[in-house]
Every structure is written in structure tokens, then in C-alpha cells.
Write a protein that binds this ligand. Sequence first.
Ligand SMILES: [Cu+2]
Length: 235
Amino acid sequence: MPLRDLTRAAIACLLILAVLSSLAIADDAKPGTGSVSGTITYQPDKEKPWRYARYFIKKSKTGELAETVVALRSSSLRGTKRLGEPKTALVDQQLFQFTPQTVAIQVGDSIRFLNSDATTHNVRASSPIATFNENMSPDFDYKHQFDRAGGIATPIQIGCVFHGGMQAWIFVFDHPYFAVTGEDGKYSFENVPPGKYRMDVYHVLGRLRTSKSIEVTADGKLAESFTLSPSDLVK
Ligand SMILES: [Cu+2]
């Protein structure tokens, strides 16, 4: 086959691949829904240094904030069907800390608590959303299914009765449009029904909180990034 024909064949193959991959992407998004995505960062000021920064921010110049809960809020979302099967999130007890310290799940999901330390810990919750109190000898694990939602307003505080400094927070939502940021500060929601929502941003351990009204349109891709600062401290 002459070189020119080979080149043409190669270009044709690439075009077919490009079309197929764009179809695959389009397949993931339900027609008529929208998406929301962005990055959560933190910018401190010198007058109010923030004591949790070293745990949740790895890059001081850009300030991407880990373990921030981002969630949509609207009465229209109440009881929205889950996307996929119920999940089990893991929360370890390691070096006398819950890891991660912030978890968000949907009603019906479970959390499996682990203990990687060589000492006995405990997991305790006393909240209208969930109540339990389990001793955790080394390598013991305890799974709890959450059947009530508290949303952004009522997270469940988890503690260890033996070590007062250990704490974690569990947010249980009654819809699937929530996320907890990783070290890159990013979140994204796909397949969001068009409508007006309150968008909540809450870093519970840093006591930072803000919210904003947004509107999601059919097939729209909304970009919403937030920069938190000491002015967002919960009073
Ligand atoms: Cu403990």
C-alpha cells in the first residue's frame, strides 16, 4: 500500500476512534441534565491564621482545601434515587486519628470503622441521626448502616471514648449530589436535574462555611469554585 494511502487509513482510524470516544463520554451524561464542578481553596490572612491549615492544605500558594463537604440543597431533591448500589465507606483509626475525618454518604450507605493502631480505640456517636458505642480492639472492625439523613445542617460527630482528641464527622444526605474534596480541592456533580439550588460548602473541622444560590440548566456545565477565608469562620 502506498504511503499516502496508509496515512489516509491511519487518519480514518483516528477519526473513528475520536467519534467513538465522544459517544462514550456523551453516554455517561443523561440528556436534559446538567453538571456542576469546581475547586475549593482557602486563603488565610495574617491577622487570623487558621490552625487546621497544615492538615488539610498541601500547597500553601494555591491553597486547595481537602475534606470540604460540597452539596446541593433543595426540597425538590429530597429522596432522590441513588446513582448505583449502596456503598461502604472506610474510616480507619490510625496514629490516634480518624482517617479520613470527614465523610459524606447517602442514606442506606454504610461505614466500616477499622483500627490500625496497636491500642484499643472506640467509635461513638450520639446524635438524632445515629447512636452507637463500640469498643475497637486492635484489628477489630465495626460496620454501621445509616438510615436517616441529616444533610449539611446535622452532621454526626464521631468520637473515641478513650482519646478525647479523636474526632470525625459523617454527613448523611437524602440525595446523591454531594462530595468531599481530596487534596486537589476538586468536586463535581453529574446528571443534576435542571433547577435552582442552594450550594453549601462546609469544612467542619476548620469551622469554615459558606453557601450560594445556583441554577443548573439542561445540558449546562456550571463552573463554581469557592475561595474560603477567615471571614467564613462559623461564629
Ligand atoms: Cu481512641
